[in-house]
Design a protein around this ligand. Sequence first.
Ligand code: CA
Length: 306
Amino acid sequence: MGWYATEFSGLAVNPPDVEGLLAWQFLKYNCSRWPAGRTTLRLRSVAYFEMAISKMKSVDSSNSIETPMNPNPEHLVWIKPGTFTMGSPIIEVDRLLNEGPPTQVKLSQGFWMSKFETNQTEYQSVIGTNPSYDKGDGNLPVEMVSWDDAINYCRKLAERERAVGLPAGYEYRLPTEAEWEYACRAGTTTRFGYGEDSGYAQLGDYAWYFSNSGNTTHPVGVKKPNAWGLYDMHGNVWEWCLDWYGDYLGGSMTDLRGSHAASNRVFRGGSWGGNGRGCRSAFRVGSWPGNRGNGIGFRSVLAPGR
Ligand SMILES: [Ca+2]
């Protein structure tokens, strides 16, 4: 099983898409502030949105194509395009062989990533059920979800958002494995997004894992975020990625995607039940897509469709 490089073939972020996205942001902003007046307000918003778009564009005149306005600043972080080294160097403490050879990956398109693991309130509101093993607080991450469940959630979330103006060129989906590690590292090359921490002395500040979790999940967003504002990238629940699990090939690749010819999907980041080693940025696991466990959840990204 190998890896292949491919260019995303979907819609580029062009000016019409940005306009649509700004309109969606405007509608959402107004609707969320006055949910009782949703319909009326939405109509009113539509009437004014052209004016709002021109206003927002002038605010974001630096480069609204590379860095679109954030449609949901409370929950999403813009992850800009860039290049990073995926996998770990052979000298990394507690490294495993499947983390190499290190592979240079260019991500040609930016995307929005959820700051948080998908929580149980969100999952319930989109799917209608809460399959989680540990319940009691809606802000706990959803678990007991298969890869297919996560995909289904993203699809239904996109349907719901399109009803309130999400442009057709955008989709919710899982991050690719490369996108996940790029976001987890947040510009670092160290074992963790906050530093090397070869003795796991600081990990408890950023992650719920075996040593501090009390053998259960914890509400998302409690520990410190990484430099790009993402919470729980280390620990709490494992996070399903879009890709099949495959071996790294090394070299340089653009928009790396997992192998076609594989049977396992990737999940990343460690969990409440695992050790510090498994929380490292480069640590990777593959599992059959139907696997539902109380240590596995996910977070979504919003990106141009492919
Ligand atoms: Ca996590």
